[in-house]
Design a protein around this ligand. Sequence first.
Ligand code: NAD
Ligand code: MG
Length: 397
Amino acid sequence: MVANVCVLGATGSIGANTLDVIARHPDRYRAFALSAHSNVDDMLASCERFAPSFAVMVDEQAAQALADRLREKPVDTEVLAGAAALEMIAAHDDIDMVMAAIVGAAGLAPNLAAIRAGKRVLLANKESLVMSGELFMQEARKSDAMLLPIDSEHNAIYQCLPEAYQCGEEVSRAVRRILLTASGGPFRGRSRAELHDVTPQQACNHPNWSMGQKISVDSATLMNKGLELIEACWLFNLAPEQIEVHIHPESIVHSMVEYCDGSVLAQLGTPDMRTPIAYGLAWPERIDAGVGSLDLFAQGSLNFERPDEANFPCLDLARQAFREGGTAGAILNASNEEAVAAFLKGNIRFTAIPDIIASALDAVGIQRADSLDTVVSADLAARATAIQTIQQLQMHA
Ligand code: NAD
Ligand code: MG
């Protein structure tokens, strides 16, 4: 039987990799619905190639432009506009699985819709889990939705946990710790002074992975590892003390699980997101992902070091936010998104990013995160505070 897939964020880096894997297996998967924010050219090309039943453009003008251009093409794709349409396609009766690959907080509502509809959710969008992990996991349990992590580290951890221990209560008993690997990003080894003048272009130039701009900056600040630490705590029911970040510059070992008997299981592979994507699509089977063999002879050695938390304070900000609980995750995420956007526009320095997040965490009151409304309010309050801080920094620059 062919499984219908909804790809949220189809024009992004994860979206394109997902479509690449789907195209290799037309007998197994159909791209039934695709979404993008406003990239008409890429969406048009994907509509021509995959003939989805639905194409959602969040930007209304982009939706109009796509509909106009599709009219001349021999494909029968219905174009929908606006963010509400994302929830509709994510929960559509004909959809079997949803690739959650929108970047940032915009992914939260459609991801929750997919979970509430009991879909298999391939979770790339870690921000939604950071914002509202408690709610997310609760809803997944209620609806029996299956959450399959696509983030390479969490996918590795998932692969190293035998089925009985996946996402269950027993994890905390059997697992001593998670060795969460991180490349260290493009600025590994630099002091705070050496980070002062780095440019957005340098920050986006990741040594091992080609990714969207936001996650590339997150990798450079180590906030990506902070978000991933929170993601792992929620997905695998672990305490932050059980997660030890290991800088591993080669990005070959995608993470490890240490059990209480001393066994350490690792998942390895060349850094290519099509591996975890194919795993998520085909689970519990395995399919070709278009990824070549790992050449350990050419690799020669694998290295591990401790993260430099003094010069890269974002990792600990995330750890603290998870410990605070409630809406602290939403505040951390929203202020980070604003800070990263301001850095990418050239409005603030790279080193201001953690300061902006720390002041948002101080200024915005933390509440219980028991509804989508509270999470969204915290997100908005944190954005407003972060924008104020950014404006003050610009005035004094
Ligand atoms: P990207 O910037 O390349 O793509 C983002 C996608 O989201 C695009 O299709 C864009 O149209 C859509 N989008 C952006 N803003 C939107 C909005 N407001 N509403 C609706 N759609 C919107 O990002 P990416 O690198 O593919 O990352 C996507 C997600 O996957 C992120 O959460 C990231 O942390 C996670 N992730 C990515 C990688 C990677 O290798 N790229 C690895 C692990 C996790
Ligand atoms: Mg990752």
